[in-house]
Ligand binder design. Structure first.
Ligand SMILES: [Zn+2]
Ligand SMILES: [Zn+2]
Length: 331
């Protein structure tokens, strides 16, 4: 074969030709299933947010009616891997019995993990007993007071205590850093033959050439690429913990229940105003802030909350039900 094209490696076809694995990781998708708080309104369901990464879906909170929102969002129940409950206030958990029962009706066989604060096991056990319901699939319920609750091959989900009227957990989804971009020209200059060695170097593994020379992966890779990070912090006062766990996040989903005119009410009820949430986002230098758990008193007043938050942090969106956000891999 004649000389292959030089830097950069631009296409999947070209990658394959020289022995590199194509980079096919798809966007992480966030779907706002329920964006209201306390009681539902015609426009806003109760709290629930889905995060889809490849073929896995994680659900954060499960307010009443979540299973219907799940269907409206065209999410596949079969891909649901785990549910993460922030706290035991009814607006965040009353959708669980229905969802668990529907999964049984759908003949689910795969296990389902469910995480939440202390007390969540009793809620599930007693509800199942009262409803005389036993799922035909393995339901693994784990209580947490904080720390790592779920791990995948190259990502994890941590729980962190928040500042609310009852014990409440934030959840942080984070991916492992990826090796840097493969520097094809550098590999050629170092005499690495095209083929399987490229693939190993690409994954960060050092290799030895037939002449005995060791090539370190760092010699042919660019700077490591950061993973994606999403923080779910609902219900909560603005607090130092959220600022710390949100540092550099691609998306912060934060309690934004009230307008700043109700700052005192927010404090008394353990919630945040749009401005307070924006200050957390600004301090943590997140990419985007999504305000959720909007008070039922606000009908068609998204613009007010948005305007207040944007005076502090311009990259703010007031969540509506069934919005989708895509977070692409960092290049
Ligand atoms: Zn709530
Ligand atoms: Zn609450």
């Amino acid at each position: 074969m004649g000389s292959t094209p030089h830097l950069p490696v631009t296409s999947q076809q070209e990658s394959k030709l020289v022995g590199l694995a194509p980079e096919t990781r798809s966007a992480v998708k966030i779907v706002t299933l329920g964006t209201g708080g306390a009681i539902p309104t015609p426009a806003r369901s109760l709290p629930a947010t889905a995060l889809q990464r490849e073929a896995e879906i994680f659900l954060f909170d499960c307010g009443e009616g979540t299973q219907l929102q799940f269907l409206k969002a065209d999410l596949s129940p079969g891909k649901l891997r785990a549910v993460f409950i922030s706290h035991l206030h009814g607006d965040h958990i009353l959708g669980l019995p229905g969802l668990l029962m529907t999964l049984a009706h759908l003949s689910r066989k795969a296990p389902l993990s469910l995480f939440g604060p202390p007390g969540v096991s009793d809620y599930i056990r007693l509800t199942c007993r009262c409803l005389q319901f036993s799922p035909g699939y393995e339901l693994i319920v784990k209580e947490s007071s904080g720390g790592r609750v779920y791990s995948g091959p190259d990502y994890w989900i941590d729980a962190v205590p928040l500042d609310h009227t009852v014990f409440t957990l934030a959840y942080v989804f984070e991916e492992k850093e990826r090796p840097g971009r493969f520097l094809l020209e550098r590999a050629r200059q170092l005499g690495v033959p095209e083929g399987p060695l490229y693939g190993r170097l690409q994954t960060g593994t050092d290799v030895t050439l037939s002449n005995g020379r060791v090539i370190r992966a760092t010699e042919v890779l660019g700077k490591p690429r950061r993973g994606r990070k999403v923080v779910y912090a609902v219900d909560t006062r603005p607090c130092q913990q959220v600022k710390e766990i949100s540092t550099g996040a691609d998306l912060l989903i934060h309690d934004g229940m009230f307008s700043d005119q109700l700052r005192e009410e927010a404090r008394l009820k353990g919630h945040s105003t749009a401005v307070e949430a924006a200050e957390v986002a600004q301090n943590a230098k997140v990419e985007r802030l999504l305000l959720t758990h909007i008070s039922p008193r606000y009908r068609n007043q998204d613009a007010l909350l948005q305007k207040e938050a944007m005076t502090i942090f311009p990259h703010t969106t007031v969540a509506k039900d069934l919005m989708q956000f895509k977070i692409q891999v960092h290049k």
